[in-house]
Design a protein around this ligand. Structure first.
Ligand SMILES: Nc1ncnc2c1ncn2[C@@H]1O[C@H](COP(=O)(O)OP(=O)(O)OP(=O)(O)O)[C@@H](O)[C@H]1O
Length: 621
């Protein structure tokens, strides 16, 4: 990939549109939090007020017993502040955290549904950094920064009101700090916003560079590309670090300006207090209270301005998370002959246990299908293919002829530009043969007794092994499946023999950090995963192509058992696999150029006959 197009970042309006209903759901908790924060800051003010009161009593030479009143007020204020603060914190996190959690879940679900080409265009790292780093920033901010920000903001407002209540001149003196603070904040926000956004984007690019290099490690080693990859990662890391340095530098200047503002405000209050007390305008206790009020503002002001950075960072993360939600997910091209779906089945939705999905009346079709990797350059153009229910069709053709692409579009992994591709109703009783979109039940399907259409599983030669137990690797395809169902699926494809011989059987950990599996066993698990889903139609994309001869025999048998009684599209590189199919189609430059049985095509002496002759002369059975 030479250039990347990162996933979109949502604008402020879209972010609000997504966040508002999440917060509205917990309005009660948020109101309780606001109430608690106001009472906690009122209690916070009672502390300095009682110290001022005590000072006044001492200055007046009052009876020591008279100090008991302000002493008790001081104690009650401390307890009240802690108690109300606790209530507010709990209520606020109850109001915000569920929203953050559901946003994260929605984003992860949307990420899993993203069109493959969109993820490829942005680099996998961009997506990974959003659902991990950005989600972390947002969650972090919600768990403490937002609470600290709201608490400190309310304390500032209440303190300013308290200062004004003591004497408006104290409020005026304190307000002299505001222009410097406003200047500091304005400069900081202007500078830091773009720095944080660019920093998060640079992190995404760095993650992409790392993932690309690691995922292609064997190729990188084989072609001696290590140095080139290292330089690329180093450049991406340097860019990311550069933004980090700039963020720290901007924050340092910001805090220096805030310290200057504090110094100006406190000096003004002390001067005002001195003048007001010496002229008898206010008692000494009031001046002490005012100075303590103002000093008490340092912390909340620093908190508000300090967490601004965290909130801004979280804001940038939130916009990137919501951005994932705004990417249109591939929806199957609707079949114009059918009504729209009433209960859609998303392409990646797990099939709940107990849902009967296997049905002998489901076929596969591509109708007037057009698809291309680059806009305006179609690879498949107006392609038509019908696979009848229960039929096994093999696709053969030279490398690059479009076999895998056709399989991916029919499996719903890539969205068609126009036309239709996917499972269809057809054949048997109740089917109308018109076909259907990949849309679960369409209007009236239940009434007509038509089977539900689920996404067609595609097994490729890269049978992926997830880190976890063998059971985890299977259950992922059909959550909630009981152990006997897993064993049945493994047995069907002939994998139970080796799985049951492992020390921990089905609970053996495989994948990252677990038992390494051979390519053959990984594929075996991939086929068992499909057996567990028990779908009516399956696509095998070279699922046994790379295996050695013994492994090929094992996996051929597994595929044969899996495909029995199902509709199948098989991309066959070894032509003996194709010969066993009911029908063979030959592809060239994205088009179907021949279609027929093995015998028919050999007799026709066309492209397939040539391929067969070439293969048969080199094949070792
Ligand atoms: N992700 C992609 N982005 C851009 N072009 C692609 C992508 N995948 C495949 N192509 C191109 O599309 C064309 C068809 O590729 P496809 O993999 O479908 O062919 P194939 O017949 O399955 O080949 P093979 O047998 O080598 O897998 C090729 O020119 C290939 O380079």
């Amino acid at each position: 990939m030479t250039s990347t197009t990162l996933l979109p970042v949502a604008d402020v309006r879209t972010v609000f549109a997504v966040v508002r209903p999440l917060l509205r759901r917990h309005r009660g908790a948020l109101l309780l939090a606001l109430f608690g924060l106001v009472l906690a800051s009122v209690c916070g003010l009672a502390g300095p007020a009682s110290i001022g009161w005590i000072t006044q009593l001492i200055a007046d030479g009052a009876d020591p017993l008279g100090l008991l009143g302000p002493g008790l007020l001081l104690l009650a204020a401390g307890l009240g502040q802690a108690g109300f603060g606790w209530i507010a914190t709990v209520a606020l996190s109850r109001g915000i955290q569920p929203g953050v959690a559901s946003l994260r879940e929605d984003t992860v679900a949307a990420a899993l549904n993203l069109p493959l080409d969109r993820v490829e265009a942005g680099g996998t790292g961009d997506l990974v950094s959003r659902v991990s780093g950005d989600a972390e920033e947002v969650s972090d901010a919600a768990s403490w920064a937002f609470i600290a920000f709201a608490g400190a903001g309310i304390t500032i407002i209440m303190t300013l009101l308290g200062l004004a209540a003591l004497d408006w001149r104290f409020a005026f003196a304190g307000a002299l700090a505001i222009p410097v603070q406003a200047f500091a904040v304005r400069r900081y926000l202007r500078a830091s916003g773009p720095i944080f956004a660019a920093g998060r984007a640079a992190d995404g690019v760095r993650a992409s560079a790392l993932l690309t290099a690691f995922s292609a490690l064997p190729t990188v080693r084989a072609l001696g590309l290590g140095e080139r990859e290292r330089t690329r990662i180093e450049a991406a890391s340097r860019a990311s670090m550069g933004w980090e340095f700039r963020a720290v530098r901007t924050a340092t200047v910001f805090y220096a300006r805030l310290n200057l503002a504090e110094w100006i405000g406190l000096s003004a209050i002390l001067v005002a207090g001195y003048l007001l007390v010496t002229t008898g305008a206010v008692p000494l206790g009031a001046a002490v209270t005012a100075a303590l009020f103002f000093a008490g503002l340092f912390d909340p002001i620093n908190t508000v301005l300090g967490v601004f950075g965290v909130l801004q960072r979280a804001g940038a993360g939130l916009a990137r998370l919501v951005g994932v939600l705004t990417v249109a997910t591939p929806s199957p091209v609707p079949n114009p002959t059918r009504a729209p779906s009433s209960s859609p089945v998303p392409a990646s939705a797990p099939i709940p246990t107990g849902t009967p999905v296997r049905d002998a009346r489901v076929g596969l079709a591509a109708r007037d299908l057009t698809f291309g990797y680059h806009p305006g350059v179609p690879l498949l153009e107006g392609l038509n293919l019908e696979v009848a229910p229960g039929e096994h069709v093999a696709i053969v053709g030279e490398s690059g002829s479009g076999k895998s692409t056709l399989a991916a579009v029919i499996a719903g992994l890539r969205a068609a530009e126009s036309g239709f591709a996917g499972p269809v109703h057809g054949g048997g009783a109740g089917g109308n043969g018109n076909g259907n979109g990949l849309d679960g039940y369409a209007e009236g399907d239940r009434e007509r007794g038509l089977p539900i259409l689920i996404p067609v599983p595609l097994a490729t030669q890269e049978g992926h092994v997830f880190a976890g137990s063998i059971a985890d690797n299977l259950v992922i395809a059909r959550p909630g499946s009981p152990t006997p169902a897993l064993i049945e699926a493994l047995t069907l494809v002939g994998a139970w023999e080796w799985v049951s011989a492992l020390p921990e059987g089905i609970h053996t950990r495989v994948g990252g950090g677990g038992l390494p599996l051979t390519a053959e066993r990984s594929q075996h698990l991939a086929l068992a995963r499909i057996a567990l889903v028990d779908p009516p139609a399956v696509i095998l994309d070279e699922a046994t192509a790379e295996a050695g001869s013994d492994a090929a025999r094992t996996l051929d048998a597994a595929a044969e058992a899996l495909l029995r009684g199902r509709t199948a599209l098989i991309i066959a590189h070894r032509l003996d696999q194709a010969a066993r199919a009911d029908r063979i189609i030959v592809m060239e430059h994205g088009r179907i150029i021949e279609s027929g049985t093995h015998a028919q095509l050999r007799a026709a002496k066309g492209r397939y006959a040539h391929l067969w002759a070439a293969w048969a002369s080199t094949a070792v059975e």
